[in-house]
Write a new protein. Structure first.
Length: 256
């Protein structure tokens, strides 16, 4: 099988998996008549690829409530669970790690990628770095994990906990962007360089990004160090606390 044939077959499988997941979730408003929907096996490669990467056409909800947000997130989560865009990650993962928390949260914490603990449990930030993040949320901010939403750039663990490649981050961009648009938080806290660089589409170092407010589609973004970095460099914790205080003031939370 040629490289072109493999690419077409992968695109066809992605399209079929997406349509099946939407059907299971009860979505019936897809546009009919497109050859890549009605007969994906005979559609042209560019038509299949377009459907595989396109947003599904569903009625725009009149209001945003936790219930319909959770329903929308469940649809995306099913698509993520079936995703094979990054073949190496799909082959090596135990499970995908979608996100967790309040779908109506004002604040999202945005990390890098699942580690071994996250891959095993299916939830972001549950290892040592996750415990430190929980301390930041509970002891530092006076909130609960259930008050906020936590997600990563990647939904699969990179082998050996290596950094995500640009292609892998690009393949997952649609998913995390749709998560953020669905939750519609007022604030996002980027944890580490990969999260910040990917979301803000910049190569500026974290040390220069932190300490100020950035914008992502009308949402206020604070950048700080990843909890795993803080475990390796405890002296940087004071800088993260400074960043969290900036975030708390913007959110109108009392700062100890």
């Amino acid at each position: 099988m040629s490289g072109v044939d493999v690419s077409v077959e992968r695109a066809r499988r992605i399209a079929v998996q997406r349509l099946e997941s939407l059907s299971r979730a009860g979505v019936t408003q897809l546009r009919r008549g497109h050859p890549a929907i009605d007969s994906p096996a005979t559609a042209k490669p560019q038509e299949v690829a377009a459907v595989a990467g396109a947003q599904h056409e569903t009625p725009t909800p009149m209001t945003k409530t936790p219930s319909n947000k959770q329903s929308a997130l469940s649809i995306i989560q099913q698509e993520v669970a079936a995703c094979i865009r990054c073949q190496e990650l799909a082959d090596s993962r135990t499970q995908t790690v979608f996100g967790v928390g309040n779908p109506d949260a004002r604040l999202c914490f945005f990390g890098e990628a699942p580690g071994a603990d996250e891959d095993r449990q299916g939830e972001p930030f549950v290892g040592r770095a996750g415990k430190l993040l929980t301390d930041i949320i509970k002891k530092g901010m006076g909130l609960e994990r259930s008050d906020i939403y936590i997600l990563n750039v990647l939904k699969c663990r990179p082998p050996g906990n290596r950094n995500p490649s640009p292609d892998e981050a690009g393949n997952c961009r649609e998913y995390f962007e749709r998560q953020i648009e669905t939750i519609d938080p007022e604030f996002i806290c980027c944890l580490g360089s990969i999260a910040a660089h990917t979301l803000l589409e910049t190569n500026i170092a974290v040390g220069k990004l932190r300490g100020k407010i950035h914008d992502y589609r009308g949402r206020k973004v604070v950048v700080t160090y990843h909890p795993a970095y803080l475990l390796r460099n405890p002296s940087a914790k004071k800088h993260t606390w400074d960043d969290i205080q900036i975030l708390m003031r913007e959110m109108g939370l009392p700062v100890p």
